[in-house]
Write a protein that binds this ligand. Sequence first.
Ligand code: PMT
Length: 405
Amino acid sequence: MASHPVILGVGGGIAAYKAAELARALMERGCTVQPVMTDAAREFIQPLTFAALTGQKVITGLFGVRTSDEVLASSIDHIRVAQENALLIVAPATADLLAKFASGLAGDFLSTLYLAFEGPVLLCPAMNTAMWNHPATQANVEILRKRGHHILPPDSGPLACGTVGAGRLPDPPRIADFAIRLLTQKHDLDCETILITAGPTRELLDPVRFISNRSSGKMGYAMAEAAATRGARVILVSGPVQLTPPEGVEVVPVQTAVEMRDAVLAHLDAATVIIKTAAVADYYVAAVPTHKVKKTAMRFSLELEPTPDILAEVGRRKKDQLLIGFAAETENVVAEARRKLLAKNCDMVVANNVSADGTGFESDDNEVVLVTRDASPIALPRASKRALADQILDQALQVRLSLHP
Ligand code: PMT
């Protein structure tokens, strides 16, 4: 098994004990782990635990030996450690560490190492819910995200402080799997923020009924996973689906086309690439009754209005962002996709024949044709949606290269 040298920075929070499990999970996946502990972390867990688990000297301070030569290597050069490792993971990343990293303070080994480290950084915040939600913490997280770091947001649940909410460190095997993906995948999207829509929308008829469509969200979630794995920050605006969001992706849940439009426009400025995989309802009931419509023996007709065309609106507003639409078609697939490409100012449209068996809606596989302005259409033969997602992203990068050489 290939050996991946990683640094595991441990902050001073109650979740520090889970970092020991994380060290083990990383090693089981072929990593050599260099533990680095802050002073506060040593209040929660002994360096000896990490030394025993990883077989490495545990770095705890910038200057001077603190306790035992066996477990502490305090005068180790932070530059050398930075250069010898492929990934810096900080778990738990406390509010204090996030603030230090965001502002560039370097008063201890871990924050000094952070500044010296030039590789990918994976931050796993864990803290009390109010501390996590505090505008100062959120502003620091935003700065770190914009710097291109990977942030694995905390899970929600009961916390050690007795409250229930966001703040738990994700399970160590999940963090380790995400780290391995960062270490082994290509990183050609590190500087991108990709806004993806997925799934269907639901348009209410009354409080208990809705119109929707067959979209499962699989294609959009595959796009999101592929983009996140290649290093992008991914904002996934998702209609109601039965899927677990890919690791490291920011999910914005929506129900209706209007909500989807609002969410897309709210995140538009942050995006470098927009991918509209969602099957947005084309019509909705503008005035939804507040009560359940009673069944009678009479005929019943619905007055429907067109939903906002989100793709067209993004096409009008976009600056130098890359806009990729999808087109679900049952006939004249490529011609219809080209018409939508031009009408909605897209840079690429993924034409999806949704009448074929085993592809399109709900299936694990798909088969598409990529339609761009200048090149001939590129047919991507049947493959898993996940494999196709990578091919679509590859082609999107080619299109951008042709637009901005
Ligand atoms: O979710 P799955 O089960 O995996 O299925 C995948 C898929 C078939 C839904 C997907 O591959 C696909 O084809 N998505 C596009 C579905 C669609 O709504 O196509 P359309 O031709 O009606 O719309 C064209 C484009 O305009 C789409 O990018 C759509 O998101 C967008 N649109 C449509 C209507 C609307 N009101 N606003 C929009 O932005």
